[in-house]
Unconditional design. Structure first.
Length: 422
């Protein structure tokens, strides 16, 4: 296995790797997975396009009317007064119009109908008076008005959607509008998932004294599934070197990436570090952030039986924060997304004070609301990194930059909405 470029981080303070540097390292290191499959358009919702979709046709295929109205020859219209024109036919959407529009003539035209031969302008029906077999058009009509040109949406032979795009409902519609029924998408990224900890109990078992239910596997399963990954849930693994080694080998053999929670904090990392050194190349980072300071990243296994490893902390909020700040962008790169979308970030007025010292980036949980035409954010009560309810109540992260000190009520802070993500 080629060595991972960890040496480029050699100058980092071992007590504090910055959030942006850690994220950039992940993005520079992982590469998109190889492998395509062909799918029917609907099955491809949420998948990443593997090849450009080239438009086989012009869309629209012909000049057509943008409005219900009257197809006319602009040169016939009097610039100063009303013009009377003779009705010679009707142009319906979906079939060519039989009538030709000659000098002094007009045809009734429906939205989407092909412009009849001879006509070059559409007058909307609301301004026209009909008198028997004629119409009266007021002055002030512009040349070529209300006409959609052939190819104005998409041109034959040009890429309609570039490779690397995630297929949303809009892209499915564009593909369908080209008459294409099947497309090539990248295969799903396979992610193996397990929790570590002797204290963890799986659902369905009684809670023994001192034990906690394993919640991280549920939040991680949800986040990975929403991202569009194929999730391989390997359950809970005890803090035992033999069990952990077996789990890592099995995970590496069947996945592109492994996401674990727990076992990377100082007390536990030592035996995990020795194990990782045997299995591959993994760095244990202390990231200058709260929550989510300890994190492991690297590659474990051999050849085809190897996978990226994201070892997340055990605290449930830290799991979600580190997933969104690091694992999500890295997995998006593995999925082949190009360009990588950022979580939208904007400034909002914070309605309560927040305690903070400079040195670490903090990701507090907040609730966004509108007040007097301004976006405001209210922190969700207790912010302990084990308080998962703070995530459940929140709809955004409040991102407090590393060098920032405490926040007074009324100051502006950066927020990242996570609606639709968590
Ligand atoms: P660790 O990083 O393993 O030291 O765990 C830190 C804290 O997170 C401890 O209080 C653990 O009990 C808790 N924790 C670890 N894993 C999980 C999990 N899968 N579900 C819920 N809590 C967890
Ligand atoms: Mg643990």
């Amino acid at each position: 296995m080629p060595a991972l470029p960890f040496t480029c981080l050699d100058d980092y303070d071992p007590e504090a790797l910055s959030v942006s540097r850690a994220r950039q390292f992940l993005l520079d290191t992982v590469q998109p997975v190889a492998g395509h499959e062909r799918l029917f358009v609907r099955e491809a919702l949420g998948r990443v396009l593997a090849e450009d979709v080239i438009s086989p046709v012009d869309v629209p295929a012909h000049d057509n009317s943008a409005m219900d109205g009257w197809a006319v020859r602009h040169a016939d219209l009097s610039p100063a007064g009303e013009t009377r024109l003779k009705i010679v036919g009707t142009a319906f959407a979906g079939r060519p119009c039989e009538a030709k529009v000659g000098a002094g003539e007009t045809a009734r035209i429906m939205t989407g109908a092909m412009i009849p031969e001879g006509a070059d302008c559409v007058v909307i029906q609301e301004v026209v008076r009909v008198e028997g077999k004629t119409i009266i058009v007021p002055p002030g009509q512009k040349p070529a008005q209300n006409i959609r040109r052939a190819g104005e949406d998409l041109q034959a032979g040009k890429p309609a959607i570039p490779a690397g795009k995630r297929l949303r409902p809009a892209e499915l519609g564009v593909i369908a509008s080209l008459g294409i029924a099947e497309i090539s998408v990248r295969r799903r990224v396979r992610v193996a998932l397990f929790s570590t900890g002797d204290e963890l109990i799986s659902l369905g078992m009684p809670l023994t004294p001192g034990a906690v239910y394993d919640s991280n596997r549920y939040t991680l399963w949800g986040m990975l599934t929403r991202l569009g990954c194929e999730v391989i849930d390997m359950g809970v693994v005890k803090d035992d070197p033999v069990a952990l080694e077996a789990a890592f080998r099995e995970a590496a053999a069947c996945s592109d990436a492994i996401v674990t929670s727990g076992g990377v904090s100082v007390g536990e990392a030592d035996f995990v570090k020795q194990l990782m050194a045997r299995l591959g190349e993994v760095a244990f980072w202390k990231i200058a952030m709260k929550p989510g300071k300890p994190m492991a990243f690297g590659r474990i296994g051999q050849g085809k039986e190897s996978a990226w490893l994201f070892g997340l902390p055990g605290n449930p909020v830290a799991v979600m924060v580190t997933f969104y700040q690091f694992v999500r962008p890295a997995l998006m790169k593995l999925m082949g997304l190009d360009p990588l979308p950022h979580l939208p970030t904007f400034a909002a007025r914070c309605t309560a004070p927040i305690k903070k010292g400079p040195g670490r980036t903090e990701f507090q949980r907040g609730i966004l609301f509108r007040d007097n035409d301004e976006w405001c954010v209210r922190p969700t009560g207790h912010q302990g990194s084990g308080m998962l309810s703070s995530m459940a109540h929140a709809d955004c992260f409040i991102v407090l930059e590393a060098d920032r000190g405490k926040v007074e009520a009324g100051e502006r802070v950066l927020v990242q909405p996570f609606e639709g993500l968590v």
